[in-house]
Each structure stands twice: as C-alpha cells, then as structure tokens.
Design a binder for this molecule. Structure first.
Ligand code: NAD
Ligand code: IPM
Ligand code: MN
Length: 358
C-alpha cells in the first residue's frame, strides 16, 4: 500500500472547519484505494502570528518542503487586519508560495449542471462553462520591488508597488499554460494590459515567442478589462486563460460566480518539482467563521486536485469529485449555493454526507 506525507495548514476563519471535512474525505477515499496518508499539521497566517509572532514560522516552511504535498485552507481575519503589511497573515501565504516555488496556479471554473441556477447569471450564459485560469503566482506586483511608503516631490505621502516580470518568468508560466491548453480544447487566451503597461508588452512578446513550440494550440490575446467583461458576457468562449498574478487573482474570483459560489472553486499551485500547494480560491470568510455555515466543497475539490496533479491518483481524485457531485444530486446545499427546493445543510453535515458517498 502507498503512503503520502501531506502537510495540512488549516489556517484561520473557516479554515479548520473545511479542512476537517477534506481530511476525512481524503482518508475515506484513500482507504478504498489502499492509499494511506501521514498528515502533519502546521501553523500559517493569523494562527501562526498568535502562536509564534510570525505568519510563516520557519518550521512550517520546512515541514512543507519536506512533505509530498501541502493542503492549505485559508488565512486572514479581522483580528489581524490592522497590522503593517509585512506582519499580516497574507504574508504567510505569499511566503509559502514563494518558498515552495509554486509559480503556476491552476484555477478551474466549471459549471456543474446541478448548480446552474445557483449562479447569479442566466442559465443560457453559464451552461457549459469550463475554464482553466492559469495564474502566475510568485511574481508580478505582489513581489515586485521597489515597494513601500514614501513621500513624493510635492511632499505628499505615497504608497507604491512595482509590477515586474522577467522573460524567464513569463516563459515558464506560458509553457505550463500551453501544455494545459493542449490537453484541454487547445485554445489559450493570454490576458494582459499591453495597451498601457510595458510589463504586459514583454509578457505578450514572450507568450508569442513560446507559442512557436506549441503551434497546435490556438493563441489569442485580450486586455484584462475586456476579459473581465467577456467572462460575464459569454464565458463559454474561453478554454484556458494565462495571466499575471493580480489579474489572475481578480479574474478567478469573477469566474467563481459563473459556478454559483466561490465556495466551489479549488486550486492547485505547482512548480517544476517538489510539493505543490493545494488551496481553495476563497479566503477565510471571517463573516461566517465558527457558525458551521462554510461550504467545504472547494477544499475537498482542492484535495482532489492534489491527488491528480501531485500523485497521479486519478482514481482517488475522481472519487472525491464524484462524491461532491452525488451530494449535490441528492439536493444538499450549504447557504452560499442554496436554491429553492433544496435542503440546507451546514459544513459538518455536508462532510458527513460526503463520507457516506465515499
Ligand atoms: P473571502 O473569500 O474570505 O469571502 C468573501 C465572501 O465569500 C464572504 O461573504 C464569505 O462568507 C464568502 N465565502 C468565501 N468562502 C466561502 C465558503 N467556503 N463557503 C461559504 N461562503 C464563503 O474573501 P474576503 O472576505 O475578501 O477575505 C477574508 C480574509 O481572507 C482576508 O483576510 C483575506 O486576505 C483572506 N483571503 C485569504 C485567501 C487564502 O488564504 N487563499 C484568499 C482570499 C482571501
Ligand atoms: C487568493 C488570495 C490571496 C492572493 C491573498 C490572501 C494574499 O486573494 O489566494 O486568491 O491575493 O493571492
Ligand atoms: Mn483572491
């Protein structure tokens, strides 16, 4: 029997609630496939600040690096919202992504037939949506220097960040995106703001250059403002999207509403080798934390992505996805995806229903 070492990082807010569900779902699905997990739990984000005074303790990063994969829930919350940016929970997450070198963030948004009516958009608009957003995750404006606070020539206080990409950074994310598009419907849309930003002009040039190795993939280009509009207007025009860090952050949240709720969206962050970081697209949802209202399905689907992308365990990945599908078929819904005629359940109950399917 196989055994995988997985670091789990429950984080803050609804994190521990949804992680509990994902962990037991993994154990159940693994047991049926003769796969065992050695889980080790680490602290990151606000909980790490409270325990160790830093959002990413050295021991957490080391634990993650030494494991086969990392499953993260979410970090952040009101309690830490007024800390200086370098000390905030979010820095723990950014440090983790950088420390693990997971530069490619795969954020799929596909509309499940059961949830079409849960979307705020019309059925005929969202039906058939199946998009993969490939977001660059360890560069761009999140990491660019110089950054900070200062004073301008007029003596006014300023805050500033730098959006920067190097050619190798663009080349490697473009390559990942072309490879993914090739295995999907063969269409890649590169999203940038090359009509204004030099960083985007370089991005576009390198994507066009990388395309030469992937001439079987159809490449198109779109400005990010138009892309935000097109995602809502006609999402089925997209197959695979590749974009920079902040544009990908925003577009993936927008894409989540095509699927009914951000509580449904998983993601996988991978590098060239080593453990990947698997986490939902949503945050710690402090507004509903501790109330048993969270939707754990994005977390469970993130665990499924871990099984597929890290371990090649397609059987376990599809078993988890099928369990999600089955509980939705049975009419069970958490508040965020609730519709008339369905049965409202909490996070714990949703977990029990999933386990019964596994
Ligand atoms: P959020 O995604 O946490 O919440 C936005 C809204 O969606 C809230 O109303 C929330 O209740 C709802 N929601 C999110 N996930 C849900 C789920 N699984 N089930 C049901 N409803 C859900 O975004 P926010 O409120 O802007 O941020 C809250 C905190 O989370 C901030 O500190 C932010 O920095 C952090 N954050 C962390 C991550 C991460 O860890 N990957 C991602 C995004 C935001
Ligand atoms: C996400 C989050 C993070 C990001 C924050 C919490 C640092 O919004 O994972 O989408 O901006 O990448
Ligand atoms: Mn985000």
């Amino acid at each position: 029997s196989k055994r995988y070492n997985v670091t789990i990082l429950p984080g803050d807010g609804i994190g521990p609630e949804i992680m509990r569900v994902a962990r037991s779902a993994l154990e159940a699905a693994g047991a049926r496939a003769d796969v065992a997990f050695a889980f080790e739990e680490g602290l990151v984000g606000g909980s790490a600040i409270d325990a160790h005074g830093t959002p990413l303790p050295e021991e957490t990063l080391e634990m993650c690096k030494a494991s086969d994969a990392v499953l993260l829930a979410a970090i952040g919350g009101y309690k830490w919202d007024n800390l200086p940016s370098a000390e905030r929970p979010e820095q723990g997450l950014l440090g983790l992504r950088a420390g693990l070198g997971v530069f490619a963030n795969l954020r799929p948004a596909n509309v499940l037939p059961q949830l079409i009516e849960a979307s705020t958009l019309r059925r005929d608009v969202v039906e058939g949506t199946d998009i993969m957003v490939v977001r660059e995750l360890t560069g761009g404006i999140y990491f660019g220097k110089p950054k900070g606070f200062g004073v301008n020539d007029a003596g006014e206080r300023i805050g500033f960040n730098t959006m920067v990409y190097s050619e190798p950074e663009v080349d490697r994310i473009a390559k990942v995106a072309f490879e993914i598009a090739r295995k999907r419907k063969g269409r890649l849309c590169s999203v940038e703001k090359a009509n204004v930003l030099e960083v985007s002009q370089l991005w576009k040039e390198r994507v066009i250059e990388t395309h030469k190795q992937f001439s079987d993939v159809e490449l198109s280009h779109m400005y990010v403002d138009n892309a935000a509009m097109q995602l809502i207007r006609n999402p089925t025009q997209f197959d695979t999207i590749v974009t920079g860090n902040i544009f990908g952050d925003i577009l993936s949240d927008a894409a989540s509403m095509l699927t009914g709720s951000i509580g449904m969206l998983p993601s996988a962050a991978i590098g060239l080798e080593g453990p990947g970081l698997y986490e939902p697209v949503h945050g710690s949802a402090p507004d509903i934390a501790g109330q048993d209202k969270a939707n754990p399905l994005a977390q469970v689907l993130s665990a499924a992505m871990m099984m597929r992308y890290q371990f090649g365990e397609e059987g376990i990945a599809s078993a988890l996805e099928k369990a999600v599908n089955d509980v939705l078929d049975d009419g069970y819904r958490t508040g965020d995806i609730m519709q008339e005629g369905k049965t409202l359940v909490g996070c714990v109950k949703m977990g029990e229903l999933l386990l019964a399917k596994l």
